[in-house]
Design a protein around this ligand. Structure first.
Ligand SMILES: Nc1ncnc2c1ncn2[C@@H]1O[C@H](COP(=O)(O)OP(=O)(O)OP(=O)(O)O)[C@@H](O)[C@H]1O
Length: 258
């Protein structure tokens, strides 16, 4: 059934690698401002969904639309320019650049004046730079990254670097943010901090987010709705409380543990 407030619509998505069906006719919607989680045991197809959404993989069948416009067949840079940003399990920051510079790079596709044009249109480039700096500073404030502004990203403590990575994705001003295991490798305190920042981002920016995460308590705390996958098949979609007690979901996880 079509959802009234749907931003992303995925229908019958099927992705195969040789004999392996990584995604088997998966359908779901993500609403505007919604925090949507994708869960499932190892190899269930979570990363494959992200890779289809951002143009890295080309599914054999199905459709993906963002606000009615198809994302299929577009290269990752074009999908990003349409407003889909992604954070990575392994950090995607440039280690030798400062945090501010990394965030400025996140805005690159929004900049109209290139380097050489900037030499001739100095005034315009300067004004543009000021606008972009202001946007980056707002993100730094939102994520409480002020103390680290000038630090090379490679020197940031792990939890802070993950937050900076979130900041880089936000700097793109996305309409949909894909979060790939945002608390992987974090201790309890860092995990709780991340949850707080994600809720803050949603509250302040009203951004739609898809979260792929193994930490089930985080998913249950944060997500509005959850999609559970098993062997590439969508076995359940619903509120966290509904998913938690779903017999197929319980079996998928216990089956994996056995
Ligand atoms: N590039 C690829 N080539 C071949 N098979 C792949 C490729 N990417 C994924 N697969 C297969 O597709 C299936 C789904 O993998 P995927 O990485 O999407 O699962 P996942 O749920 O993200 O797993 P994990 O939780 O371990 O990260 C697996 O069987 C995997 O081996």
């Amino acid at each position: 059934m079509e959802r009234v407030n749907s931003l992303l619509s995925v229908r019958d998505l099927t992705l195969r690698f040789g004999g392996v069906t990584a995604l088997d006719s998966v359908s779901f919607d993500v609403d505007r401002g919604e925090l949507f989680a994708v869960i499932g045991p190892n190899g269930a197809g979570k990363t494959s969904i992200f890779n289809c959404l951002n143009g890295v993989y080309r599914p054999q069948q199905g459709s993906i639309t963002l606000d009615g416009r198809s994302l299929l067949g577009r290269p990752p840079a074009a999908v990003a320019a349409m407003g889909v940003a992604r954070t990575f399990q392994n950090l995607g920051l440039f280690g030798h650049l400062t945090l501010v510079e990394n965030l400025m790079l996140g805005r690159h596709h929004l900049m109209r004046t290139g380097f050489f044009a900037g030499m001739f249109w100095w005034g315009r480039a300067k004004r543009e730079e000021i606008t972009h700096r202001a946007a980056v500073e707002e993100i730094i404030e939102l994520l409480e990254l002020e103390p680290y502004r000038k630090m090379p990203a490679g020197m940031l403590p792990y939890g802070v670097a993950k937050r900076a990575e979130l900041g880089r994705a936000l700097a793109m001003e996305p309409r949909l943010l894909l979060l790939d295991e945002p608390v992987a490798g974090m201790n309890l305190e860092e995990t709780e901090d991340t949850a707080r920042y994600l809720l803050e981002v949603r509250r302040e920016l009203g951004l739609a987010m898809i979260l792929v995460e193994h930490d089930m308590s985080l998913v249950m705390d944060l997500a509005d709705r959850v999609l559970a996958l098993d062997f590439g098949v969508a076995i359940a979609t619903g509120k966290p409380s509904e998913i938690q007690d779903d017999p197929q979901v319980v079996e998928a996880y216990l089956g994996g543990a056995r």
